[in-house]
Design a protein around this ligand. Structure first.
Ligand code: MSP
Length: 512
């Protein structure tokens, strides 16, 4: 494990309110950041908004406002939403902030000084919804429509500055091949490798017909291509080129750059090329997760299957924020596509209630009823069933460390819940309610109550990154205050015998 951990989300376009896709990436990054903080790593978690480009200009024009006004309005919605979702980012960068614009201009100056940017021209297709140049072949394959949004491509023909992407392509390919874990999952890595092998051209990095963007320092008639501007946020937010680059020195290269799969190429080819030109190390991992569909179809407002803020808020109001986080992260192995169905949400909520909530509730209630709410010490010889539970709980810390190291967030959710399931099985088999009826079995009852508590305690600790509120609430019922404690401290100790437990209340009350 590192002693420092830098994680980023994409910076989102504030041209429309966030929806479940933006919330998903941000919650996933939040769970990873929370895990690493809990593990004691010096963690920095960055998110923000990508405010330049033609897409912002067109959306603003359609609303008869300036792009800056649109950005200011929508950014507030993003920030309010991250507050509602209790996202623990350490910084929120907006690409219209002076700190970003100044640093980006300095970055461009350095690229120009390296002779990596030269004047030329571009004629070809542009996908304005993705802010992406599209080759003739790709354009034809997709019938001159955006592969992501389906909107018609636009023909561009203008003088432009070009970045020497072709020069860096072999080094990038080499890096990807040498570093198995630079791009994950594996399928995404293979996609990038094939596309790189097919060959790349230099990249148009300026627009002379657009005014909304960062002017090139060497030719202010041009604004910088929005992706070069946006990708730079990952270092400008750390103070790269500023008078105080201490954060940059501490946190770069990023440990995990989390993105959706449609922006893989930008992050694994354009971004590394810029970094190489600047002489900077590449991020350790770019992880591309899958896309949410809804009811088996692409989410769209017209189909009425759009999981928007209204729906997200309704779910949080009814089932709580942690139930939403659990559903999103548990739904599929991290990296796969996912489909939202209300039925699946109910199943995942019931799993929390019936497995985790029930396990805690039974344990705390029995200790209340049979031992006056005071945790008894394990007594007498251990049986096989006891040893099996102890062994299983003892493994959780390492299993979680491995899962989080590999960004396997679904495992991060399931491993502790599986331990709670095993604990329920243990309670069923050891039948403490029957033991309680026989005064001769008091020592055995003590052991069963103690071991069940230790196991559910560990399950709750393991869930802190994913269910920060519910897990802490459950731990409070066991008399544990997690504030300021590290994972290793929490997992390496047992609940002390004699500990006074709190009151047993259902963690996930059923809702009709
Ligand atoms: N501004 C660029 C990113 C620049 S990063 C230097 C951008 N913004 S975006 O607003 O379109 O956000 C894209 C991101 O939102 C995706 O990469 C993904 O993280 C998230 N999602 C948007 N829709 C999604 C789904 N339907 N499903 C899952 N996540 C998706 O691209």
């Amino acid at each position: 494990m590192n002693d420092r951990f830098y994680i980023t989300t994409p910076i989102y376009y504030p041209n429309a309110e966030p929806h479940i896709g933006h919330c998903y990436t941000t919650i996933a990054a939040d769970a990873l950041a929370r895990y690493h903080r809990l593990a004691g790593d010096d963690t920095f978690f960055l998110t923000g908004t990508d405010e330049h480009g033609i897409k912002m200009v067109k959306t603003a024009a359609a609303q008869n406002i300036q792009p800056q006004e649109l950005a200011d309005r929508v950014v507030e919605v993003f920030q309010a939403m991250w507050k509602e979702l209790d996202i623990t980012h350490d910084d929120f960068i907006r690409t219209t902030q002076p700190r970003h614009k100044e640093a980006v201009q300095e970055i461009v100056r350095r690229l120009v000084a390296n002779d990596d940017i030269y004047l030329g021209s571009y004629e070809g297709w542009y996908d304005e919804s993705q802010e992406e140049f599209v080759t003739e072949t790709e354009a034809k394959t997709n019938e001159f429509k955006s592969a992501v949004s389906g909107k018609p491509l636009v023909r561009y023909k203008e003088p432009t500055y070009l970045f020497r992407l072709a020069k860096y392509a072999p080094r990038i390919l080499d890096h990807i091949q040498q570093h198995r874990d630079f791009i994950r999952p594996e399928t995404r890595r293979n996609e990038v490798i094939s596309k790189l092998k097919a060959g790349v051209d230099d990249l148009s990095v300026s627009r002379s017909s657009l005014k909304w963007g960062i002017p090139l320092p060497n030719d202010p008639e041009h604004v910088l291509y929005v992706w070069i501007d946006a990708l730079s946020n990952y270092i400008t937010a750390l103070g790269y080129t500023s008078s105080d680059p201490s954060r940059f020195g501490r946190y770069w290269p990023a440990d995990v750059q989390l993105i959706g799969k449609e922006i893989l190429w930008f992050h694994t080819v354009y971004w590394p090329a810029v970094l190489l030109s600047l002489g900077l190390p590449l991020p350790k991992l770019v992880f591309a997760h899958g896309w949410w569909t809804s009811g088996g179809r692409k989410m769209s407002k017209s189909l009425g299957n759009f999981i928007d803020l209204g729906k997200i808020r309704a779910i949080i109001g009814k089932h709580g924020l942690d139930a939403l986080r659990y559903y999103l992260l548990r739904a599929a192995p991290f990296g796969n596509d996912l489909d939202w169905t209300d039925g699946d949400f109910d199943k995942s909520f019931n799993e929390l209630a019936n497995v985790l909530g029930n396990c805690l509730n039974r344990t705390v209630k029995m200790i209340g009823r049979y031992r006056g709410g005071v945790l008894p010490a394990a007594a007498g010889d251990l049986q096989d069933v006891d040893r099996a539970l102890i062994e299983r709980s003892g493994k959780l810390g390492n299993e979680l460390a491995q899962a989080y190291e590999r960004c396997e967030l679904q495992q991060g959710a399931l491993l502790p819940v599986d331990l709670a399931r095993a604990t329920n099985g243990y309670i069923d088999v050891t039948a403490p309610f029957a033991l309680a009826k026989d005064p001769g079995k008091a020592a055995r009852l003590d052991t069963v109550l103690n071991l069940s508590s230790q196991a559910v305690y560990r399950a709750l600790v393991g869930l802190l990154p994913i269910l920060p509120h519910k897990a802490a609430e459950g731990l409070a019922q066991l008399g544990v205050d997690v504030q300021g404690k590290r994972l290793s401290d929490l997992l390496s100790r047992n609940l002390p015998a004699g500990q006074k437990l709190g009151e047993g209340r259902p963690l996930f009350p059923r809702v009709e």
